[in-house]
Design a protein around this ligand. Structure first.
Ligand SMILES: NC(=O)c1ccc[n+]([C@@H]2O[C@H](COP(=O)([O-])OP(=O)(O)OC[C@H]3O[C@@H](n4cnc5c(N)ncnc54)[C@H](OP(=O)(O)O)[C@@H]3O)[C@@H](O)[C@H]2O)c1
Length: 256
């Protein structure tokens, strides 16, 4: 047991996240199969573990957490998100400040990461900016399964890059392998809890960035919802940062 006391003051609160080496990092699941990309998740919760207030995340996030949100997007090749989060948060295409776009371009990467939406129902608004305003080099991806409604599947093909990854449902490992096949080395999952729980249950999450805001009383919706049969997955702490009363935790899967 150690006291965590105020220690080194850092000028750049997101620097410790940017400096993590994720590209080309060897990743083996416990079953020895490698989806071919590093998978990190970024979530913010209250002290009670709630990740939404009135169905939205906005009330939970602080300015530093918002900066972290942008920073983690800037290190990713793909932002993976569940359809319910897209519907509730009215997701748009990924946008980054000019400085971060230029940094990515200088490193030979697309100016912004692509958004990849996981959905079986394909109940998505095809006229929304998330499809119509995406950077042409980073067109929005829809990851779905063979059981998706035929008419919706045809519609999806007119507005997005469609990846089929599974029969009755999207198989997380197949989805990540398909994204890796498009050249994605770093996949950032922005939730929601259902999608994140699927990645955890399949033992595919390499890194979790979890911001704890000093509030209680949000929706009864935890950071991740895993199926009842899922095994416990252990992580080790990589860093703890404190900004005011907010705690920034970064964990990596124990064997990474
Ligand atoms: N605090 C945070 O950091 C944070 C982050 C993200 C979201 N949130 C909050 O979380 C809530 C939404 O989360 P949620 O857990 O309800 O939903 P979600 O994970 O965003 O999306 C669930 C949906 O994704 C699709 N999906 C997920 N896994 C699938 C699979 N294996 N195969 C096929 N489709 C799959 C399905 O879409 P279809 O229904 O279209 O088939 C499913 O209904 C919102 O209130 C949002 O504000 C909070």
């Amino acid at each position: 047991m150690r006291w965590m006391q105020a220690a080194t003051v850092i000028d750049d609160p997101v620097g410790p996240y940017r400096s993590v080496e994720r590209r080309g990092r060897k990743v083996h699941g416990t079953d020895g199969r490698d989806p071919g990309c590093w998978v990190l998740a970024n979530m913010v919760s209250g002290l009670d573990g709630s990740v939404a207030v009135g169905g939205r995340v906005g009330a939970l996030s602080s300015p530093t957490d918002a900066e972290l949100f942008r920073t983690l997007r800037s290190v990713a090749d793909v932002v993976l998100v569940g359809a319910e989060t897209v519907r509730r948060e009215k997701y748009g295409p990924v946008r980054l400040p000019d400085g971060l776009r230029a940094e990515r371009a200088a490193a030979g990467r697309a100016a912004v990461p692509r958004l990849a939406i996981v959905s079986r129902s394909l109940q998505l608004d095809w006229d929304a900016p998330v499809f119509t305003e995406a950077d042409p080099a980073s067109a929005t991806i829809v990851v779905t399964c063979a059981a998706a409604p035929r008419a919706q599947l045809d519609e999806a093909g007119r507005h997005a890059v469609v990846l089929l990854a599974g029969d009755e449902r999207v198989e997380p490992r197949a989805a990540l392998a398909a994204l890796a096949g498009l050249g994605s080395e770093v996949v950032l999952c922005e939730g929601g809890p259902t999608l994140l729980g699927e990645l955890v249950a399949a033992d595919l999450l390499d890194e979790l960035c979890l911001t704890i805001e000093p509030v209680m009383g949000g929706d009864p919706l935890p950071v991740a919802i895993t199926p009842a049969s899922a095994a416990l997955v252990r992580h080790r702490i990589a860093h703890v940062l404190v900004d005011g009363d907010t705690i920034f935790l970064r964990y990596e899967r124990e064997d990474r």
